[in-house]
Structure formats: structure tokens, C-alpha cells
Ligand binder design. Structure first.
Ligand code: NAP
Length: 271
């Protein structure tokens, strides 16, 4: 019997749909996941933020599970279904279990100056910033020095994350089938003395970035998606596309550019 994990946000509508879904599982010969199991499907009910939480909750079994996003606000980048389509979702699980589509993730390895190491996957992006003073940070690409960045911070995004913080920083929107990741600058200092590229860059799957903040930067904040670590002293952070990928059940497909149009422009393509 297939195991289903349901992750919802705290909006009353999301709570109600989550309960309806739990009640209907036995009708479709499905059962609710229990702690310790690996769910066959993770169903997130809420928005893209809820899907991000679900992803981090199950990132240790990311290659063994498929995600389905139900939205209770607006069409999102990770949410395809409406709350009143619960029966179609469950029927789709029963009938189309082999169909899935996968997207790249970002592998983030943080080496703290105190010696601890941390490895985490990001679905949208990792950002490295300093809110107390200008961040000074050497950027290496594929083992070679590239530039010294000075400014508020750097954002490194996946293709599916390119419509999030990356886009607000002037980064390009990338189709999620592109195997690459993108670095954008936050408020770089560029003058006759200090210079960084000042443009977003897109790196291929076989290259990696190493960020080495100046040791005098004692207050670096790191985010991966909605997760946040404040005031870190960092030796370096290595970023590259991960070996793991996120898998979405693909029995409902929304054309990517329709999704972009619907989120940011509204109705011009469909007119
Ligand atoms: P949050 O409140 O959970 O999310 C902020 C907004 O970003 C929400 O409207 C969310 O959509 C949307 N979002 C999330 N992933 C997206 C994606 N891949 N493409 C387009 N929009 C997306 O904020 P948070 O907890 O601080 O951070 C979660 C994510 O939000 C971050 O990974 C970042 O990409 C994004 N964010 C963007 C900005 C910005 O653009 N200036 C600032 C902060 C965070 P829903 O309403 O559907 O959840």
C-alpha cells in the first residue's frame, strides 16, 4: 500500500483540505505515512513556501519520494493542483505511479571557521549576506580565483528557484530543464577602487563555486530557502548542483512559461 505524507500550512483552508485528504486515503487504497517510514508521495497543501518546508522535512529521502503541490492561494511554481481536486490527485497517484519529472537541487557545504561542517540541499537558493557591514568575499569558480565581491551579499539559485529571490535581484528566469545554477549580487560596491562583475552569472553542472568571506566578517547570515543561520564566521562555502534531484508527480503538467506569465504578468499569453 502506497504511503502518503501530507504537509500543510496553518491557513484554515489548508487544514480543512489536509483533513479531507486524510479521510479519503483508504478509499483509494492509500495510507498515511508514519514517522520512520519513507513516503511514496509527499503532498504539500498551501503555497510554494509550504512545499519548501516539505522538501526540507524529507530531504534525506529525496530520491525515493515524489512531491505533489496543492495550492490554497494562487498558482505557484511548485504547486499545480487546487484544493477541490483532491480526488483527481489521489486517482492520479493510483493510476500514474510511474510518471514523474525531476529538477536540479543545489548542494551547499558550509565550513565554519570554528571547524564544524554542514551539508544541506537547497530547492530555491542559498544566500550569503552581511547586514551589519559590507561583506567582503572572494569568489572562486572551479578552483580558480574569479573576483573579490564587496556588497550586501550573494544569492546562488537553482533553475526552479530563479523566480524567487534571484528574480528580485535581477537574475534571469531559467527554465527548470536547464542543468545549471545562477549567482546574483546584492548591492555590490563598484567604483574605481572596488570591482566585481555586477552581472548575474550562470554556471554549468560540472562547475562549482567557492565563497571565502574575509576573516574579518564575523556576522555572515546564510539562508537556504526559508531556513536561516545568523551571525556565522565562515571559512568557506562550496556550492554546486547536487547529485540528488527533486521528483514531482507529473500527471498534471502546467507549461512553465504559462506559470511564469500567470505569476508575474497575468493573462497576456492566454489572451
Ligand atoms: P516566504 O514568505 O515563504 O516566500 C516569499 C514569497 O516567495 C512567497 O510569495 C512565496 O510563494 C514565493 N516563492 C517561494 N518560492 C518561489 C519560487 N521558486 N518562485 C517564485 N516565488 C516563490 O519567504 P521566506 O520563508 O523568507 O523564503 C522562502 C523563499 O521565498 C525563498 O527561498 C526566496 O526564493 C523567496 N523570497 C523572495 C524574496 C524576494 O523576492 N525579494 C524575499 C524573500 C524570500 P507562496 O506565497 O506561494 O508561498
Amino acid at each position: 500500500m502506497k504511503k502518503i505524507a501530507i504537509v500543510n500550512n496553518q491557513k484554515p483552508l489548508s487544514i480543512a483540505y489536509a483533513q479531507q485528504m486524510k479521510d479519503k486515503l483508504p478509499t483509494y487504497d492509500l495510507k498515511e505515512f508514519s514517522v520512520g517510514d519513507i513516503p511514496d508521495y509527499v503532498i504539500s497543501i498551501g503555497g510554494d513556501g509550504t512545499l519548501l518546508s516539505a522538501f526540507h522535512q524529507f530531504q534525506n529521502v529525496i530520491d525515493q519520494t515524489q512531491f505533489i503541490g496543492i495550492h490554497t492561494g494562487h498558482l505557484g511554481f511548485y504547486t499545480d493542483w487546487l484544493g477541490d481536486q483532491i480526488d483527481q490527485v489521489l486517482q492520479g497517484i493510483v493510476e500514474n505511479e510511474a510518471d514523474s519529472i525531476s529538477y536540479p537541487l543545489l548542494s551547499v557545504d558550509i565550513q565554519l571557521a570554528k571547524g564544524q561542517k554542514q551539508h544541506i540541499l537547497a530547492l530555491n537558493e542559498c544566500s550569503v549576506r552581511s547586514h551589519r557591514k559590507t561583506m567582503v568575499c572572494d569568489v572562486e569558480i572551479k578552483g580558480q580565483f574569479f573576483e573579490t565581491f564587496r556588497g550586501d551579499g550573494l544569492c546562488i539559485a537553482t533553475p526552479t528557484g530563479s523566480t524567487g529571490l534571484n528574480k528580485s535581484l535581477g537574475g534571469a528566469v531559467m527554465h527548470p530543464r536547464i542543468e545549471a545554477f545562477q549567482m546574483t549580487e546584492m548591492a555590490s560596491v563598484n567604483n574605481r577602487v572596488y570591482r566585481s562583475l555586477a552581472s548575474p552569472i550562470i554556471l554549468p553542472a560540472d562547475e562549482w563555486l567557492v565563497l571565502r568571506p574575509d576573516p574579518s566578517n564575523e556576522w555572515i547570515d546564510i539562508t537556504t530557502d526559508h531556513l536561516f543561520w545568523a551571525d556565522q564566521t565562515i571559512d568557506y562555502i562550496r556550492l554546486e548542483l547536487a547529485k540528488e534531484r527533486i521528483h514531482f508527480a507529473s500527471f498534471k503538467h502546467t507549461h512553465y512559461w504559462n506559470r511564469v506569465e500567470s505569476s508575474f504578468i497575468a493573462n497576456r499569453l492566454s489572451e
